[in-house]
Design a protein around this ligand. Structure first.
Ligand code: GRF
Length: 244
């Protein structure tokens, strides 16, 4: 079965792009990494809350339908209904948030409970919650003096950044970092881990179980390329360790 994924995004859309392009690869039988064990999923819909943002262009370039459902000042109560209608029309099975800046309405969370992921550019539960997104997160991390930030992928519930953590990866904060350089290093890890997390969600749903935490074994090999001056080991690649 091919799971149909909706991506909810509000901005640049680099994670959207990686997710959408991963699917093209999984359509090619020769490129499927785990044929037989990994169900195929595809991005079937982009939902956003604002017009004119880059992620809409990225969807259009790929022939993926994009729909804008803005907050409706007059009738905000219709937003959940419109979102549910759009997700249902596109026959969506899984929902993936990638820089979506609004709280997902409770009826949508309820409809997709256990089938919805978010990615956050820090190590939750630190540096999360309402208003903590994008550059603000990296500014707060640097201002705190933390030496380590990271990426968290978690299930979505009714609160910002609160659901069960599925994957978490540390990323070093360097003394020379500003919010842009830290964001760039974090994005590299996001682009590697998010498709892997969606794979695991799809596998878990198809097998009728909870998604398993994604192991972190071997991570030290992957951090090399992200630290200037270190020898590096090439492109980050998911390599489950003994505990997987
Ligand atoms: C990412 O850093 C993600 O963690 C956060 O929003 C950002 C979206 O980036 N939730 P992009 O639009 O996918 O480039």
């Amino acid at each position: 079965m091919t799971f149909r994924v909706a991506v909810l995004a509000s901005g640049r859309g680099s994670n959207f792009e990686v997710l959408a392009d991963r699917i093209r690869k999984t359509r090619d039988p020769a490129a499927r990494p785990r044929e037989g064990s990994s169900p195929i999923w595809e991005v079937a819909l982009l939902l956003t809350d604002r017009e004119g943002i880059p992620v809409l262009e990225r969807a259009q370039e790929r022939g993926i339908p994009g729909q804008v459902i803005p907050p409706d000042a007059d009738r905000p109560e219709t937003v959940p209904e419109r979102m549910l209608e759009s997700l249902s029309k596109a026959q969506v099975d899984l929902v993936v948030l990638a820089g979506y800046l609004r709280l997902v309405p409770a009826p949508v969370v309820s409809r997709f409970r256990g089938r919805m992921l978010n990615i956050h550019p820090a190590l939750l539960p630190s540096f999360g919650g309402q208003g903590m997104y994008g550059r603000r997160v990296h500014e707060a991390v640097i201002a705190s003096g933390a030496r380590v930030s990271g990426v968290t992928v978690h299930m979505v519930d009714e609160e910002y950044d609160r659901g069960r953590i599925l994957a978490q990866w540390p990323v070093p904060v360097l003394p020379s970092d500003d919010p842009d350089s830290l964001a760039e290093r974090i994005h590299q890890i996001e682009h590697w881990i998010y498709p892997t997390a969606v794979d695991e969600l799809a596998r878990a749903v198809s097998e009728g179980r909870e998604p398993s935490p994604i192991p972190r074994d071997g991570l030290h090999f992957h951090l090399g390329p992200l630290i200037p001056g270190s020898p590096g080991t090439g492109e980050p690649e998911f390599q489950p360790g003994p505990s997987s």
